[in-house]
Design a protein. Structure first.
Length: 364
């Protein structure tokens, strides 16, 4: 008389199964359950739902006519009696003959709930980041004419939010301040710092309309130091004041290593608006920011940018660089075309925020 599957299995196998906390059942090819381990027996006593599940659900690979599917281990996750289980169904072979399926049920409720909680937290965090990005985008100045200044800009953060900022501030009918800033790092922390910079500079010129660029940057640094941020937080900024009466631009630089470049229509050439000055940080002593003044004429254009534009890499890991940017700006004097050439040069994912702004000066 041929032995049954249970008889063919060694007693040691059942001892191993019965020592497991996981549930185990063995199902014969025709679908009958021929073994359940002690853990599963105890669970069935405690919950009728488990008995119902076992009666109504057979292993997916049990009855398949396709031998490849039948002979493959199948893993699925199910909710049983209010708990999540990972179910692994593996074929049993004795003397190369297919004789049934062994199922192992592992309780993964804790892991699953952690995944759900993490997903909910990430979704909430993403919602917050999208909100911050929306706010940050809204604080950038609109592309339009401000007095004698025709302003346009391109803002492309490497992440959902950015540490780049540019803005224009009306001091009076004949004077406007323009600045560009780059906060260390990326993400929400840097984004919030850009909002601090915007609010601070607006407030400085509102209370001190007679301030020069150097005085404004020193006041900004003082306000930053009052935040008592750690040493890892710092930012750079370039700030200039346009005077429409004498058509001058006076500017200072707080460590911004991306000096704006001006295209002189009369000379058909570009030059950098360099100025010395340290970045704004709690670990660097206050600086006396130098001030320079240049004459600006009708049709002159100024390009402002952050380091993401010149540090963009191509497939050979070469940076775009200041000289390529200068050549592109001198050639096109067009913001969209400059940005397009940076994009064409860049290989792979964008690693840093890219912010470009251009001012076309128009004499009334």
């Amino acid at each position: 008389m041929e032995k049954t599957l249970v008889e063919k299995l060694d007693k040691a196998n059942f001892a191993v199964f019965n020592s497991m906390d996981d549930w185990v059942r063995i199902v014969a090819p025709e679908g009958s359950t021929i073994f359940v381990n002690n853990s599963l027996k105890e669970a069935k006593v405690k919950s009728k739902d488990i008995e119902i599940y076992l009666n109504e659900n057979l292993p997916l690979n049990l009855s398949s006519e396709n031998e490849t599917i039948r002979d493959t281990t199948v893993v699925e996750e199910k909710l049983i009696s209010g708990r999540y289980y990972s179910i692994k169904a593996s074929p049993i072979f004795i003397d190369n003959n297919y004789v049934g399926i062994v199922e192992v049920f592992r309780d993964i409720t804790r892991e699953t709930m952690m995944k759900v909680e993490l997903f909910d937290e990430n979704r909430s965090m993403l919602d917050d980041i999208r909100f911050v990005r929306k706010v940050q985008s809204s604080i950038l100045p609109k592309d339009r004419i401000y007095g004698n200044i025709d302003l346009s800009g391109i803002y492309n953060p490497s992440e959902n939010v950015s540490g780049d900022l540019y803005d224009i501030v009306k001091i009076d009918d004949d004077k406007y301040a323009f600045y560009i800033a780059d906060v260390m790092g990326h993400g929400v922390k840097s984004s919030i710092m850009t909002m601090f910079i915007k609010v601070s500079i607006f407030s400085i010129f509102d209370k001190h309309p007679d301030f020069t660029p150097s005085e404004a940057l020193l006041k900004l640094r003082k306000r930053f130091s009052e935040l008592e941020m750690d040493s890892s937080q710092y930012f750079t900024a370039w700030l200039g004041i346009f005077d429409f009466k004498d058509h001058s631009l006076t500017y200072s630089n707080a460590g911004h290593n991306c000096p704006p470049m001006i295209y002189k229509k009369e000379d058909l050439d570009c030059e950098f608006l360099h100025a010395n000055g340290r970045m704004i940080s709690n670990i660097i002593e206050p600086d006396v920011y130098s001030e320079l003044t240049t004459t600006i004429k009708d049709g002159d254009r100024i390009l402002f940018f952050t380091d993401g534009a010149i540090e963009a890499n191509n497939e050979d890991k070469k940076e775009y660089g200041l000289e390529r940017l200068r050549e592109s700006f001198c050639k096109h004097q067009d913001l969209e075309k400059v940005y397009e050439e940076i994009n064409d040069f860049t290989w792979g994912e964008q690693e840093d925020d890219i912010t470009l702004a251009m001012i076309l000066y128009k004499e009334n």
